[in-house]
Design a binder for this molecule. Structure first.
Ligand code: KG4
Ligand code: ZN
Length: 336
């Protein structure tokens, strides 16, 4: 079976062909990062317009690289949400048209499910598992007792981790997206600034990052006002250490509580080297897995991987009525 997968939920126009056994035959991504960098973040309308101009070319290229014709495709899968509505609609309509014209079934895929199943592109998923999903829009701990069952254990009460990274980077004048830049600088610095540990005394699996983000931003402003030079790499190291500590502690607490076999870290922030190294320390106690780097940030191969899981679990296909307006952006609202 060959699945053509399409992803346009934010600022990447992506298409991929994934075949059975999770073989990625092509994985095409046209990033708009440079365009949005000028604004310091993603501008939704600009993103939609660029998706419109790129989508056909990206789909053609994905088929071309896979050496397949449209008639070789068995299912067209597309991100149905959560994401920027205008951006989602471009991918959804392209998928609907492709499916309709070639008489191929259509499957709308939750973007977060995509991030989780990115794991299956390089590892066998083992249940029960706990997944830490960390991206620009989400920070969630998800428990999967078995294939196809998702339970939300906790989520951020305010900012997502990626969002906090991007805002701290912007205040430091590092550019967009900030995550990779902070990650690179963190290894060159020392965690010598003292920062508050988020939700230190709170039980449960929720997160909060806006207090930490504000503390870093205040620190930068105060030092600047005092005329002190900011040790940028040290700020990055301090911020990253606090974030990674918080994420790993809660993830391991959840993994022990639910006695899981596998611990997965997924989403754009799972590309973070500090986080990957820190969670790797628990290899042995659990089977610790992270996606390959190219499948951490948004891509369409992960949407294809999630589509395979949905088909395996007999989830129904979608109709021409599929649109991006009905979706939940967290796991426990029934539309996951
Ligand atoms: O999953 P993703 O591509 O898009 C969303 O679904 O949001 O995640 C993008 C986020 C951005 O906030 C970006 O700064 C962050 O992932 N990110 C990182 C790293 N690479 C990407 N954050 C920390 N360290 C990284 N190496
Ligand atoms: Zn994402």
């Amino acid at each position: 079976m060959n699945i053509l997968a399409i992803e346009t939920s934010c600022d990447e126009t992506a298409a991929s062909v994934v075949s059975s056994q999770h073989q990625v035959l092509s994985n095409v991504i046209v990033s708009q990062m440079d365009i949005h960098a000028a604004f310091g973040g993603v501008v939704p309308e600009v993103a939609s317009r660029h998706h419109v101009t790129s989508i056909q070319r990206v789909i053609q290229e994905a088929l071309h690289q896979a050496h397949l014709k449209p008639t070789d495709i068995d299912v067209v899968a597309v991100t149905k949400g959560p994401g920027l509505i205008g951006a989602l609609l471009v991918g959804i309509n392209a998928a609907k048209a492709f499916g309709y014209v070639h008489n191929i079934p259509l499957l709308g895929v939750n973007h977060l499910k995509g991030h989780i199943h990115a794991i299956s592109l390089s590892h066998t998923m083992q249940y029960p598992l706990v997944a830490l999903l960390v991206s620009g829009g989400h920070t969630e701990l998800i428990y999967m007792p078995e294939d196809g069952v998702y339970e939300l254990l906790g989520a951020t009460k305010d900012d997502a981790v990626g969002e906090a990274y991007d805002k701290v980077a912007r205040t430091l004048g590092l550019g967009y997206p900030g995550g990779p830049l902070i990650d690179q600088l963190a290894v060159k610095g020392v965690a010598s600034y003292s920062l508050p540990t988020p939700m230190k005394d709170e039980a449960g699996f929720d997160f909060s990052f806006s207090g930490l983000k504000s503390a870093v931003i205040n620190l930068i402003h105060n030092e600047t006002q005092r005329g002190e030079a900011i040790r940028v790499a040290d700020v990055c190291a301090s911020f990253q250490e606090t974030v990674v500590d918080t994420l790993v502690k809660k993830t391991i607490l959840a993994a022990r509580t639910f006695q899981v076999k596998q611990v997965a870290v997924v989403g754009g922030v799972s590309a973070n080297l500090g986080l990957r190294n820190a969670i790797e320390a628990y290899q042995g106690e659990f089977d610790v897995v992270v996606p390959k780097l190219e499948y951490c940030t948004d891509n369409a191969a992960m949407i294809g991987a999630a589509a395979f899981a949905m088909i395996r679990n007999h989830e129904p296909f979608d109709t021409i009525e599929l649109d991006g307006s009905v979706h939940s952006d967290i796991f426990n609202q029934g539309d996951f």
